[in-house]
Design a protein around this ligand. Structure first.
Ligand SMILES: Nc1ncnc2c1ncn2[C@@H]1O[C@H](COP(=O)(O)OP(=O)(O)OP(=O)(O)O)[C@@H](O)[C@H]1O
Length: 603
């Protein structure tokens, strides 16, 4: 019993989103929501009025035949009135459809913006969490159409409810039992609909990892940046096979559900038909017995049939609302994903000019069993540079991510000017850092905006673009591109041009120099794709470029690393050696060995 009430509560609980959906639609467009409500009311009331007038017409015809005195004018007026009512129903339906399609567009946009807005507030960690990605995928896939569908169904239910009440008002004149039959005959179908809606939703939910994989395969198979490898490695057929495999599995589940749903719908629908014809017989018998007029018989039949349609429409609207609610729960689950709000307020550290300090910092990626960084300590003062050296996976980029505040250490502190990064206001902190990541973005935007994206406050400032480009050594090749800073980059859009790897890197370098106020410059493999001349030029000017700033440099090239004031050698997330190039070479440790190895390679 307790179990029963539990499942009912669960069942009703899912309707909790209806109110929010209506609120959302109301906020999206008040006038359109009002049109929707008004048209619903009109479309709900008019069918009963038409049935009522129909009865008057039939009775009028019978009376006129009996009187044998020609066609009375009143009868023709009634016919005209019924025509008018039918036209009114058509107008109300049109108004409903118009309001719905306008709302659909506006609401879709609104919900998508809500989803994307939320994405901006999330932490990097959230994006690396596959469960979270599933939530995002589910929210984006369906939820933008569901709020309107829920509102349409709510109004549809209202419309049918109004019709039904008016039909019942007429039908009760015949027999209250007819009203009971009308309502009861639809129930089995309703329960089956509700059950299958729930099944469909659970299927949808289980599937989101599959759906995400499908989306990923679509991207790999149809995007310009993967086309080269997919073609040369002949990955196409294999990936396409996987894509088909997923579809076929999903389709099989869908087909089974659809077949079960429709079969049960048909069987239970028969009950409704049976009820209709039983009542039909009853009404006919009553008419023949002379208890009701021919006009009344016509009216009751129309009312009963339309009433039945209204019952089944209402019940399937409720089933649909149940389904919409389940889908909306996805949207709100995503939108309500807790966001750890930053509590930092500092725009200045407690000891300005102290620079950057790592104090026994340890960090582990979520889901990982080993520390990516462990017990890292160093101090970098303004005007100094630091290089990070270490094998692949030793933790260099992770250290940068902590420094930029993208992740938080689980142990130890990162301090800027004497204050923990967590106490800094995130915007103030970001303004201090200019960064180029190893996997920097290649935005499908014009050259200038690609550079300008490094400092959103000066996004369109052409003079700054040029200055930054000059520092990033991008100026020379940009001058040769037709359209220069306004040339579109990438292949996605018309007249876009693709750059070489090194040219892109120069753009990224320029981007890092956009933040003129930034006094921490982080360069993660900044010259890996550049030619030797460009690299030499960058490093010849390195001290000038980083004057009065703190520079952090990651590179596998020792020729680059050696220019730094201090070098940290990382191994499995720990600092194993620390000092200037000369110190480390003299110490004869791992750094010295690797340096000699590389130097020998160049001879
Ligand atoms: N987002 C992530 N989630 C989980 N583990 C990660 C993530 N990024 C990196 N790691 C792991 O953390 C360790 C350190 O990676 P990191 O990227 O900092 O290395 P790196 O020194 O920059 O390497 P490389 O020289 O190849 O750029 C590696 O073992 C890597 O597998």
């Amino acid at each position: 019993m307790a179990e029963h009430s539990q499942s009912w509560r669960q069942y009703l609980g899912v309707f909790r989103y209806s109110q929010r959906a209506i609120g959302l639609v109301w906020q999206t467009s008040k006038p359109l929501t009002l049109v929707l409500a008004g048209a619903t009311l009109v479309a709900g009331l008019l069918p009963a009025a038409a049935a009522w007038v129909g009865q008057l017409i039939v009775d009028g015809v019978v009376a006129a035949i009996d009187a044998n005195a020609g066609v009375p004018n009143a009868l023709l007026w009634l016919v005209a009135l019924e025509g008018g009512i039918i036209a009114g129903i058509a107008a109300a339906q049109r108004a409903l459809q118009t309001a719905q399609s306008l709302l659909r567009a506006q609401l879709g946009q609104r919900v998508n913006v809500m989803i994307l807005d939320k994405a901006q507030t999330l932490q990097l960690v959230d994006f690396e969490d596959s469960e979270f990605y599933d939530k995002l995928t589910r929210a984006r896939r369906e939820a933008s159409t569901r709020p309107l569908s829920l509102v349409n169904r709510t109004f549809g239910l209202l419309q049918n409810g109004i019709s039904l009440a008016s039909f019942a008002g007429l039908l009760i004149g015949f027999s209250p039992w007819a009203v009971v039959i009308l309502l009861a005959a639809g129930l089995p179908q309703f329960f089956s609909e509700a059950k299958f809606s729930g099944d469909a939703f659970r299927l949808f939910r289980w599937r989101s990892p599959d759906t995400r994989q499908q989306m990923y395969l679509e991207t790999v198979l149809a995007r310009e940046d993967s086309a080269k490898e997919v073609k040369l490695f002949e990955l196409g057929p294999l990936l396409l096979d996987r894509y088909r495999g997923i579809f076929e599995r999903l389709y099989k589940e869908d087909r089974n559900l659809t077949l079960r749903r429709e079969t049960w719908g048909f069987i239970l629908g028969l009950i409704a038909t049976l009820a209709f014809y039983a009542t039909y017989g009853w009404i006919v018998a009553t008419t023949v017995a002379g208890a009701i007029t021919l006009g009344q018989m016509t009216m009751y039949l129309v009312v009963f049939r339309q009433g039945q349609a209204a019952v089944s429409a209402s019940l399937s609207a409720i089933g649909g609302m149940y389904e919409d609610n389940l889908y909306l729960s996805n949207l709100y689950e995503y939108l309500e994903q807790p966001v750890e709000a930053s509590t930092g307020t500092l725009t200045q550290g407690t000891t300005p000019g102290d620079g950057l300090r790592f104090e026994k910092v340890s960090f582990r990626y979520p889901g990982s069993e080993v520390d990516a960084l462990s017990q890292i300590s160093f101090h970098l003062q303004p005007g100094h540079s630091l290089a990070l050296v270490g094998e692949n996976g030793s933790g260099k980029t992770t250290l940068i991510k902590l420094l930029a505040g993208l992740y938080k250490p689980y142990e130890g502190r990162v301090l800027l000017d004497g204050s923990s990064l967590q106490d800094w206001q995130p915007e103030a902190l970001r303004r201090r850092i200019g960064i180029i990541f190893q996997d920097f973005m290649r935005y499908q935007l014009p050259v200038g905006e690609n550079i300008g994206s490094g400092d959103i406050q000066h996004f369109s400032d052409e003079a700054r673009w040029q200055k930054a480009a000059e520092r990033g050594l991008a100026e020379r090749f940009i001058e040769e591109i037709p359209g220069k800073y306004h040339a579109q980059l990438g292949r996605w859009f018309k007249d876009g041009r693709e750059l070489s790897g090194g040219q892109w890197q120069k753009i990224a370098m320029a981007r890092a120099f956009m933040r003129e106020s930034a006094d921490i410059l982080v360069l993660d493999e900044p010259t890996a794709a550049m030619d030797a001349a460009a690299e030499a030029e960058i490093f010849a000017h390195f001290s000038e470029l980083t004057k009065d700033r703190m520079a952090i440099l990651i590179s596998h090239r020792f020729s680059t690393v050696r220019i730094a004031d201090e070098i940290l050698v990382l191994e499995n997330g720990r600092i194993t050696e620390q000092g200037s190039h000369a110190d480390l070479v003299a110490a004869g440790g791992k750094y010295a060995t690797l340096f000699e190895l590389q130097a020998a390679g160049y001879q």
